[in-house]
Design a protein around this ligand. Structure first.
Ligand SMILES: *[C@@H]1O[C@H](CO)[C@@H](O)[C@H](O)[C@H]1NC(C)=O
Ligand SMILES: *[C@@H]1O[C@H](CO)[C@@H](O)[C@H](O)[C@H]1NC(C)=O
Ligand SMILES: *[C@@H]1O[C@H](CO)[C@@H](O)[C@H](O)[C@H]1NC(C)=O
Ligand SMILES: *[C@@H]1O[C@H](CO)[C@@H](O)[C@H](O)[C@H]1NC(C)=O
Length: 680
């Protein structure tokens, strides 16, 4: 009884395990089988997303494009500013010298005109003065030579002899032809001309921007285009025609596997039902054993009580025998199921799971001929080089990029796509078209030019200023008219009240009024003339030097400025080009890194392989193996259960029956089953 109970308990445990694992296998099969197409479809993205990603990378070309276009917006202005800054000091200096020369010209012209006017006036006045002075002299000489003259008549006589004009302004050179040559000079308004030029020059940045507007627009149009290689970045990718093949293969695989997967699920359901039924039969055996044992023990314990019927012991024995019958009946299907599940589970475990874990499975896939040609990875991905699944798996699980795993550099010439030299050389060519026009900057207007040339050829420096000064240094009248008048007054008093005295007095008065009215204005004119002559004498040579230097400087600048401006323009546009190229080459570097290191990591591949292994081995094979093990356990323990049940049932039968059948306990042991089986 104890052994039977123990065996029954062992059976019960095995049965519970079998139930549980049977259920687990069944539960895991559905999701696992459904995960297969999902896993296959997830692999599709591995290659088919690459063209989109490449497209996105190619789209990023707009970044450097936008940067360059933004800079192009300001390029005219910045080139203009650079030219302005570099030419500023030269141009300001030239304009300042033109401006000061203009002022000096105006001042000299004023002096020259005043000199002409003054000298003409002096000549006219001299013509008027000369007879008046001669009249006075003649009269005085006559009076002083009169015999009645008393006092120092001789002294006064010699002074009166000197009463004549000294400076002779008819002797001064004429400036008529100089003035004639300078007629209408200055024709130009130098200060406003300089102002205008200065503001024209200061507006150079704006002017340059305006002048370059059309070329800049062309440049922007050119920059807006995409280099052919970058545009076709995605198209040239070997994955792009392989994508179709790859996803087609995966879809085919998925479609083809679907019926099998459904079959698998169907058979799994059958297996589950069979498993459940067989577990239930084991349960039946267990229940029979337990009920039989209980009834039998009850029957045994009640045997001493004569009033009690012996049916319980009989029933217990029968239950045990029913259990034995079930055991016999279901042993064969149990053994069959165990064998079948063991065969499948064991093979999967040893052939697939172990070699998968150790990587031998990949090596198997790598050796040619083991897989159907339609599953050849190199062929599917359109690669020139043969790739190893094992290596790919290892690289992928390390997180390597598809580029490295698929050795794409052998099938795809990335550098050809990233070659933007044609694009940049076109940019360079277009930049050559930029021009800046400095013609608006006149420096000297034609009128001003004529003025300066007239001045240069006027001979203003050749006027004989010395001849003027000779006359200017001489007094207007050779003797001092005021003193002579005083002397005459003194002499008149010495004459007493004679007629001579009165005449002398009159002469003195006449002389004074002559002095006041004619000589002093003449002296003032001389002083004025002196001013102009000295000013002109000192300034004329400088003026001529200045004029010729300004003229040659301006001619030189007008010839050279455009060349300088063009040189600065070239420098600036080269800087601009270098900057633009640096943006584009930064982009190219980024694309190179992105494509070879970041785009499409192939982790999905290794992930899918790992997932498949987990699904097949951990989720399905393991419970499956546990199931057959438990079932085998139950089947194995059915044998001792049968033996102990038969043995025990003998003791449960009523003693009467036992005695009536035979006397030997040994034979009874063999008789009872036969009897029971017959009864059954
Ligand atoms: C020209 O303009 C600049 C800036 O307005 C000024 O500094 C400079 O003095 C001017 N030059 C002349 C000659 O007027
Ligand atoms: C010189 O001055 C006189 C008097 O003002 C004037 O009549 C004459 O036209 C001037 N000569 C020239 C060449 O301008
Ligand atoms: C795949 O195909 C290539 C030729 O296209 C062949 O060299 C290679 O051995 C094949 N790989 C496998 C695993 O069959
Ligand atoms: C591809 O890359 C590998 C490793 O960097 C190099 O050895 C091989 O020469 C490259 N192939 C081509 C065609 O550039």
């Amino acid at each position: 009884m104890a052994f039977l109970l123990l065996t029954t308990l062992v059976l019960l445990i095995g049965m519970v395990c079998a139930f549980v694992t049977n259920q687990r296998v069944h539960e895991h099969t559905g999701p696992s089988v459904e995960a297969v197409p999902e896993t296959l479809l997830s692999l599709r993205g591995l290659v088919s997303d690459v063209p989109q990603e490449l497209q996105a990378v190619a789209q990023q070309f707009s970044r450097p494009q936008e940067r360059v276009q933004e800079e192009l917006d300001g390029v005219g202005m910045s080139i203009g500013s650079a030219i302005h800054t570099q030419l500023r000091s030269t141009v300001y200096l030239a304009l300042a010298s033109v401006s000061s020369l203009g002022q000096a010209l105006q001042v000299s012209m004023d002096h020259l005109r005043a000199l002409n006017a003054t000298s003409v006036e002096l000549q006219v006045a001299q013509r008027d003065l000369e007879p008046a002075v001669r009249d006075h002299r003649d009269r005085l000489l006559a009076l002083l030579q009169e015999p009645g003259c008393q006092g120092d008549c001789a002294g006064s006589l010699s002074r009166a002899r000197a009463l004549e004009l000294d400076a002779d302004f008819s002797q001064v050179p004429t400036v008529d032809d100089v003035l004639h040559r300078l007629k209408g000079v200055p024709e130009a308004n130098f200060s406003s001309m300089v102002q205008e030029d200065n503001s024209t020059f200061n507006a150079l940045p704006l002017l340059a921007a305006m002048q370059m507007a059309k070329e800049v627009a062309d440049l922007k149009k050119m920059v807006a285009q995409m280099p052919k290689g970058v545009k076709s970045l995605a198209k040239g990718f070997p994955g792009s025609d392989a994508t179709l093949r790859w996803s087609q293969a995966l879809e085919d695989l998925e479609r083809d596997s679907r019926p099998y997967l459904q079959e698998v699920q169907r058979y799994e359901t059958y297996r589950w039902i069979v498993g459940c039924v067989l577990c239930s039969t084991v349960l039946l055996v267990v229940v029979c054993n337990l009920v039989g044992l209980n009834l039998g023990i009850w029957g045994l314990s009640a045997r001493e009580d004569p009033s009690h019927s012996e049916d319980k012991g009989e029933a217990g024995a029968r239950f045990l025998m029913v259990g034995v019958g079930f055991s016999f009946l279901f042993a064969a299907p149990l053994i069959l199921l165990v064998f079948a599940t063991f065969l499948v589970g064991g093979n999967v475990q040893t052939l697939v799971c172990r070699s998968w874990e150790s990587g031998e499975l990949y090596e198997f896939a790598d050796s040619p001929g083991n897989l159907p040609p339609s599953m050849n990875l190199s062929h599917l991905l359109g690669l020139r080089k043969n790739i190893s699944v094992l290596l790919a798996y290892q690289q992928c699980s390390r997180g390597a990029a598809l580029w490295e795993v698929l050795k794409l550099n052998d099938s795809y010439d990335l550098e050809k796509h990233l070659d933007i030299s044609q694009y940049t050389s076109k940019l360079q060519q277009e930049l050559q078209n930029l021009k800046v026009n400095m013609q608006d900057l006149d420096l000297l207007s034609p009128a001003a030019h004529r003025d300066l040339e007239a001045l240069q050829s006027s001979g203003i420096e050749n006027i004989r200023y010395g001849d003027f000064l000779v006359q200017i240094q001489k007094p207007v009248v050779r003797t001092d008219v005021g003193e002579l008048a005083q002397e005459l007054d003194r002499l008149a008093q010495a004459q007493g009240s004679s007629a001579l005295g009165q005449q002398l007095q009159e002469e003195a008065r006449g002389l004074r009024s002559l002095y006041q009215q004619k000589v002093i204005p003449q002296e003032n004119l001389v002083a004025e003339l002196n001013l102009h002559v000295r000013a002109l004498e000192s300034s004329a040579p400088d003026l001529q030097r200045e004029t010729s230097s300004v003229l040659s400087n301006v001619t030189y600048l007008k010839r050279e400025l455009p060349a300088w401006a063009t040189r600065i323009l070239r420098n600036e546009s080269e800087c601009f080009l270098a900057r633009g190229i640096s943006y584009f080459s930064q982009y190219v570097d980024w694309v190179r890194e992105e494509v070879t290191q970041r785009i499409a990591t192939c982790q999905p591949l290794s992930g899918a392989l790992d997932n498949s292994r987990v699904i097949l081995c951990d989720m399905m094979a393991d419970p499956w193996n546990a199931f057959w093990f438990c079932l085998a356990w139950c089947t194995f323990f059915l044998v001792p259960s049968i033996v102990f049940a038969v043995k025990t049932s003998k003791y449960f039968r009523p003693i009467r029956k036992r005695l009536s059948s035979t006397s030997s306990e040994e034979t009874q042991l063999f008789h009872i089953p036969r009897v029971t089986s017959l009864k059954l």
